[in-house]
Design a protein around this ligand. Structure first.
Ligand code: XMP
Length: 510
């Protein structure tokens, strides 16, 4: 079944992905493309949205989209830069604004129009721009104003073209979703039928058509993406999906056995491979973070390849790549770039594997992956797991790695993570873990002087790991956790809590 699609043209705004997500929350499939790489077949799209941009339309380097086949021919919504672009180059005027136009504002005037249906004067909108639209373009009709911004929204008469200066996609624009719905469903007549259930049904059919009787191999990591990808493939091709779950010895305490059991319980055709010793050998004496990452990547490929070679006639390699990994980005400065982010979990499998790639989650954002998993009745604990880095505890043990250090950190991490769960804090945190520091410090236990390891705890909130802030965990929780760690984990006599944000720090310490 074909769903109506919405095309989002990106001009490098930090909010472009949010537009796509908001549209998808309306059960409408949307795709992001750079403004200078408009897809050839526009018939595939029922409506188009122009994003914001850090660029000024008045600058000599302003981004110029080619709107042939779009403007006046398809319903078009222009946001921020898009709105200024349409004004500036179609008979209106854009100038530097002389009042503050960042942050909250409220609509003080709204024209009676389908575009603003169910939105009333006073509605809060989010502004973020330094230019302002002084004069509307030819055939422009004012639709809304705020106290400071006269031309906050307009339409072009005779076309289904609408433009807004504020950002409907951000949470602070309280009626943003309603506005997108008005535009997409009421004006553009897009059918909102793209649901997780529909996605599962169609993806399973597509996978069956594409893979036929072919065998597929997939590396499970215990994370959400590879698990959901596996479940979709399992539904499609059953036993022809061969999953490999490698224990690199750097997973959380009991994770290998627990998660392997869980995978088996889900009916997956999965083989657990305990290669801990091989990884530890390769890491011996290495303390530079990048050397450690490289060693782990190399051994992973060797182990995976050994296993895959034992399977006969495998034709495909499945990966849990998701949409943010493949969106082409427009760089804010220096013009549009066509760099595709590399998926750091994939880490480059060797050419000699000669497998075709299948990526069932390529079109989904992380929150959509979780919803798709939930619609297949996957376990909520598995779907709600924090992200965990591919190199695992190796990049949380600063300096060189030994089996004893891994053991200590696994114990500390387990006390911390189980504590978060017990206190109902786990789901409030985006990612958490413990770090083993390469220092000993003096302590006193009973009447004895100790000289033992120090661990740091880290808990962050984030949406995508690109930026993050430390979580204000309750003091009582930190106090109890610190006590538990020092009392239960032999070799640790000091616990600290990391209160750095990203940037300038990073989430991991290495
Ligand atoms: P940083 O430390 O860069 O981490 O702020 C951002 C997110 O990426 C994860 N991370 C990794 N994941 N291989 C991975 O698969 C890696 O080498 C790696 N390094 C960092 C990190 O856990 C966080 O979620």
């Amino acid at each position: 079944m074909q769903h109506d699609k919405v095309l989002i043209l990106d001009f490098g705004s930090q909010y472009t992905q949010l537009i796509a997500r908001r549209v998808r929350e309306l059960n409408i499939y949307s795709e992001i493309h750079p403004f200078n790489k408009i897809p050839q077949n526009l018939n595939d799209y029922k409506a188009v949205i122009l994003s914001g941009s850090p660029m000024s339309v008045r600058s000599a380097e302003a981004f110029h989209p080619d709107l042939k086949g779009i403007r006046g021919e398809k319903p078009l919504l222009a946001v921020c830069y898009g709105a200024q672009y349409l004004a500036h180059f179609s008979g209106g005027e854009v100038a530097e604004s002389n009042t503050r136009e960042y942050g909250r504002a409220n609509l003080s005037f709204i024209q009676d129009d389908l575009f603003f249906e169910n939105i009333t004067v006073g509605s809060q909108v989010w502004m973020s721009h330094s230019d302002t639209i002084k004069t509307l373009p030819t055939n422009g009709k004012l639709l809304a104003s705020t106290h400071d911004v006269q031309n906050a929204a307009y339409k072009i008469e005779g076309e289904e073209t609408f433009a807004i200066q504020f950002h409907p996609e951000v949470y602070h624009s309280t009626d943003g979703k309603q506005l997108l719905e008005n535009f997409l469903v009421k004006i553009a007549k897009v059918t909102p039928d793209w649901t997780p259930n529909a996605f599962v049904e169609e993806t399973v059919e597509e996978l069956q058509a594409k893979l036929g009787n072919d065998k597929v191999v997939l590396g499970l990591s215990g994370g959400v993406d590879s698990s959901v990808a596996a479940m979709l493939l399992h539904k499609a091709i059953g036993k022809n999906l061969y999953c490999i779950f490698v224990n690199n010895g750097l997973l959380r305490k009991n994770e290998f056995t627990d998660v392997l059991e869980q995978y088996k319980g889900m009916g997956l055709n999965v083989k657990g491979v305990d290669a801990s010793a091989r990884f530890l050998d390769a890491l011996a004496g290495k303390s530079d973070p990048e050397d450690k990452r490289k060693a782990i990547g190399r051994v992973f490929i060797e182990v995976f390849d050994d296993e895959a070679n034992q399977l006969k006639d495998v034709k495909w390699l499945a990966q849990g790549t998701i949409y943010p990994d493949v969106i082409e980005s427009v760089s804010a400065t220096g013009g549009p770039s066509a760099t595709i982010k590399s998926h750091h979990n994939v880490g480059g499998l060797p050419d000699f594997m000669k497998l075709k790639i299948v990526e069932p989650l390529r079109a989904l954002f992380k929150d959509e992956v979780r919803r798709v998993g939930a619609s297949m009745d996957m376990d909520a604990t598995l779907l709600g797991r924090h992200p965990f880095p591919g190199p695992g505890l190796a990049i949380r043990i600063l300096g060189d790695i030994t089996a004893e250090k891994v053991r200590i950190l696994q114990e500390v991490d387990a006390v911390f993570i189980n504590g978060l769960r017990d206190w109902g804090l786990y789901d409030k945190v985006w990612q958490a873990g413990a770090i083993l520091l390469p220092v000993n410090s003096v302590g006193v236990m009973g009447d004895e002087r100790t000289y033992e390891k120090c661990v740091a705890l880290r808990a962050v909130e984030s949406t995508d790991g690109m930026t993050a802030d430390w979580v204000n965990l309750p003091y009582e929780f930190l106090q109890k956790t610190s006590n538990d760690i020092i009392n239960k984990v032999k070799g640790v006599n000091r616990v600290v809590y990391d209160i750095s944000s990203k940037p300038p720090a990073t989430i991991e310490w290495e």
